[in-house]
Design a protein around this ligand. Structure first.
Ligand code: 13P
Length: 255
């Protein structure tokens, strides 16, 4: 599998952090690190920050994204935002199926599937999150869990749609815990995801799809994780809120 066939994407997930002035200050600090980095840099920010950050990154290559999207075009879905509404704000990426949404907001593989489909139809790049829980890893079923998620989340998709999706492998036990998967564990799981895609959607899609690692990625461990042949970038939480740390990760990815 040739890494050069794929886009390396370093994306920050700001989660529910930053007021508008704080968002503006942080993105201004991040900008110099992204210039000429050799990888795609995106920041997925709270809905209320999207327009502020889109305005601030004008003239740079930094992409802006959201952290959720609804699958219907419009209607009685209180609190939700449609893909077209996101496009209108200038967002180009959207995180879908993050484990926090699965855990706290009842997101299922069925709704992830629908949301990814809607995002692609609107021209957004979905960052679709998958990953096993700690007890699933300890029970030795990581492979089955990932295969099941990939199968269901991409059910009914054409190879061309799979190719346009970024997948984030985020072992749930590594998120916000300071516990990172070893580079071997991350590489192995990302490779597994790619092999499931090859089987279901063909080798061309598997070769082209970007598979990120996420879970306590930081300035210190990024280079080793990103050196794995099947790891094509990172989805970064905590460390993406510190410009210098996020900058180090961007630098490691651009090498
Ligand atoms: P941390 O980098 O804070 O562990 O979060 C990872 C994550 O959930 C990114 O989506």
């Amino acid at each position: 599998m040739n890494k050069d066939l794929r886009k390396t994407v370093i994306a920050g997930n700001w989660k529910m952090n930053k007021t508008r002035p704080e968002a503006k200050a942080l993105i201004d600090e991040i900008k110099p690190f992204a210039a000429g980095s050799g990888c795609e840099v995106a920041v997925c920010v709270p809905f209320t920050n999207i327009e502020t950050v889109v305005e601030a990154v004008k003239g740079t290559d930094i992409k802006v994204g959201a952290q959720n999207v609804h699958f219907e075009k419009s209607g009685a879905f209180t609190g939700e935002i449609s893909a077209d509404m996101l496009v209108e704000t200038g967002a180009e990426y959207v995180i879908i199926g993050h484990s926090e949404r699965r855990q706290y907001f009842g997101e299922t593989d069925e709704t992830v599937n629908k949301r990814v489909k809607a995002a692609l139809a609107a021209g957004l790049v979905p960052i679709m999150c998958v990953g096993e829980l700690l007890w699933e890893r300890e029970a030795g079923i990581t492979e089955e869990v990932l295969a099941r998620q990939i199968k269901l989340d991409f059910a009914g998709f054409a190879a061309g749609e799979v190719k346009r999706t970024v997948i984030a492998y985020e072992p749930v036990w590594a998120i916000g815990t300071g516990k990172t998967a070893t580079s071997e564990q991350a590489g192995e799981a990302c490779g597994l995801i790619r092999s499931v895609i090859a089987k279901l959607h063909g080798k061309a899609a598997a070769d082209a799809v970007t598979v990120q690692y996420g879970g306590s990625m930081n300035a210190k461990n990024a280079a080793e994780l990103l050196a794995q042949p099947d790891v094509d970038g990172g989805l970064i939480g905590g460390a993406s809120l510190k410009a210098a740390d996020f900058g180090e990760i961007i630098k490691a990815a651009g090498k």
